[in-house]
Design a protein around this ligand. Structure first.
Ligand SMILES: Nc1nc2c(ncn2[C@@H]2O[C@H](COP(=O)(O)OP(=O)(O)OP(=O)(O)O)[C@@H](O)[C@H]2O)c(=O)[nH]1
Ligand SMILES: [Mg+2]
Ligand SMILES: [Zn+2]
Length: 328
């Protein structure tokens, strides 16, 4: 076997699911892959979009030896707790939301916070304008939350997003049935990804896409289609929330007391804005909810880090105690 370093090649992870990986190499070849021993025990397992160093054991299998540092990283809290990296090294996150029953500004805000924490740029694609006569009003509503938003019908034309996507690594995020795979197919110019009609009663999708997959785009760049997420617990700090709710964060700093709890204190700018209607109660509630979640996340990450440091030192101390030099 050849262990020389020049047999290590750079590759990109195009699929990552439970110990099974698929890599794409510079020459366009794809191969199944498994993490090498050392990597298997590290916390940082590769995610879709990662750049890795791999050794091609044979034509059918590669060994992943290391993961390159990530330029951006989209994470959520795994339903059972802990970090789940949804995609790495993404330039642009396209949050896809249907203009049918899927339309929900509060959920959109949650996606925006997740995007803000990732380091990637984000835009909103309001899909299915063909089934929603009041789409211009809804687009205006979304643009009041984030300026980077376009309305389109993936069945008619993807022109509104085709330009921003060109040449970059793009991930499509959104609920099941929002039309992510339909948009992916339109961008690819072929029906590669399976799609399925949504339930008529409530526009809910049928979780058609089951794996996150990176697909090369014909004009350069890459596209990651993802399964619709049922849950989206934040893996983000307070900064990301304040970034998305920029106006509210600024407003709250105008309260008379710097530690104002916005609960009826005199000179509270938030209460005043709620009273005049300048601040929508639902948006204020959404901000508070996400901020509380982000605070909780920050605390739990701190605790986890402290526990991890303690564990590491325990291992080191034990190793030192058992080292022959100290047992002479
Ligand atoms: N009317 C209309 N239907 C659309 C549009 N875009 C997608 N659809 C339909 O919406 C349904 C769901 O689309 P998919 O692309 O499968 O949705 P998805 O987001 O990939 O869903 P999951 O893979 O389950 O996460 C399909 O029947 C699509 O044909 C659109 O612009 N207008
Ligand atoms: Mg899909
Ligand atoms: Zn206040």
């Amino acid at each position: 076997m050849n262990y020389s370093s020049d047999s290590l090649v750079r590759a990109r992870v195009c699929e990552a699911a439970q110990e099974h990986y698929c890599l794409r190499f510079g020459d366009g070849a794809e191969s199944d892959a498994v993490p090498a021993g050392a990597l298997r025990w590290s916390a940082e397992l590769p995610a879709v979009g990662d750049w890795v160093r791999a050794r091609r054991a044979d034509a059918a299998l590669a060994l992943i030896e290391g993961v390159e540092p990530r330029a951006t990283c989209i994470s959520r809290q795994r339903p059972g707790g802990g970090q789940q990296v949804l995609a790495a090294n993404v330039d642009l996150i396209v949050i896809v939301m249907g203009l049918d029953g899927d339309y929900n500004l509060r959920r959109l805000e949650r996606y925006l916070v997740l995007a803000a924490a990732s380091g990637a740029e984000a835009m909103v694609a309001l899909n299915k304008l063909d089934v929603c006569a009041e789409w211009p009003a809804r687009l205006a509503e979304v643009r009041a939350i984030t300026s980077a938003a376009e309305a389109l019908s993936a069945h008619q034309s993807i022109a509104p997003i085709a330009e921003v996507v060109r040449g970059r690594t793009v991930v499509l995020l959104g609920s099941s049935g929002a039309g992510k795979s339909t948009i992916a197919n339109a961008l690819l110019g072929e029906s590669r990804q399976a799609t399925q009609p949504v339930r008529e009663s409530d526009s809910r999708g049928r979780h058609t896409t089951t794996r996150r997959m990176l697909i090369e785009l014909p004009n350069g760049g890459a596209l990651i289609d993802t399964p619709g997420l049922r849950e989206l617990a934040l893996w983000a700090g307070q900064n990301s929330v304040d970034e998305v709710f920029d106006g509210i964060a600024t407003l709250a700093r105008k309260c008379r007391f710097h530690d104002c709890a916005h609960a009826g204190e005199p000179g509270c700018a938030v209460s005043a804005a709620l009273q005049t209607g300048e601040l929508e109660p639902a948006r204020w509630a959404s901000y508070q909810k996400l901020l509380a979640e982000a605070r909780y996340h920050e605390r739990s990450v701190d605790q986890r880090a402290a526990a991890e440091t303690k564990r590491k030192w325990k291992v080191i101390h034990k190793a030192i105690r058992h080292h022959p030099k100290y047992n002479r």
